[in-house]
Design a protein around this ligand. Sequence first.
Ligand SMILES: Nc1ncnc2c1ncn2[C@@H]1O[C@H](COP(=O)(O)OP(=O)(O)O)[C@@H](O)[C@H]1O
Ligand SMILES: [Mg+2]
Length: 253
Amino acid sequence: MKNAIIKTTDLCKSFANNGRQNHVLDMVNLEIYEQDFTVIMGSSGAGKSTLLYTISGMDAATSGSVQYRGTELVGCREKEMADIRARKFGFVFQQMHLVSNLTLFENAAVVGYLDGTRSKKDVDSRAEMLLCKMHVEHAKDRLPSQVSGGEAQRAAIARALINEPDIIFADEPTGALNKQNTKEVLELLTEINRQGQSVLMVTHDVRAAICGSRFLYLEDGRIIGEMTMPPYEEENAKNREKQLEAWLSSMSW
Ligand SMILES: Nc1ncnc2c1ncn2[C@@H]1O[C@H](COP(=O)(O)OP(=O)(O)O)[C@@H](O)[C@H]1O
Ligand SMILES: [Mg+2]
């Protein structure tokens, strides 16, 4: 039995819209388990990004509970939330949000310096190692504007891993990439998951989703379906895609 990293109870999130409440997350109850590659799917506007931001403490819940390994995040002090975000969570976004005047190496390392638990020497060697593992060490001294989208995203994954996070949150990480770069980034996410890294990815792209092993379907802010598959193997990618598509069409995708 795997331990839950995240557990939500009756999680709700609404936004005020012209004096009316737009209920984007409606009583979401879920657990995200360690070592899983969990994928949240659903059509555009279903609330996927909002769910990711709310459970990772980037945005505040309206009501309900979000626990990170038993610590309540809803209503916790900003300092405590910031510590958990910096030390335990890694983030990868569609737009990489790299700092434009820092090199890829500096981008990967800087979050490690800020954390303050490792020496500069340790952070630097970890950044080197991660950029190497992400196959982007050849471009480590370049600025984000001087590399391809795929290289930038690989550096962003290295940055997300710098503090050895408990879980990586990825919001449409391949949404801005071409086919080849998409493939490389997904292979890397699959590889780090194989090595034990827990990943929670949000996507509406079936080809990206097949890397996952547990799938949740979100519609109108509610989880309406769940499916699991064995961990990804490239040889049966086509089969997985078919299985996933069949499941998605049963969800009226
Ligand atoms: N900051 C915000 N303010 C107001 N409405 C928002 C905000 N963020 C998201 N929404 C609304 O929440 C709904 C779900 O958005 P989102 O979580 O981005 O969906 P998805 O990622 O599944 O496409 C949309 O109707 C969107 O307009
Ligand atoms: Mg989104």
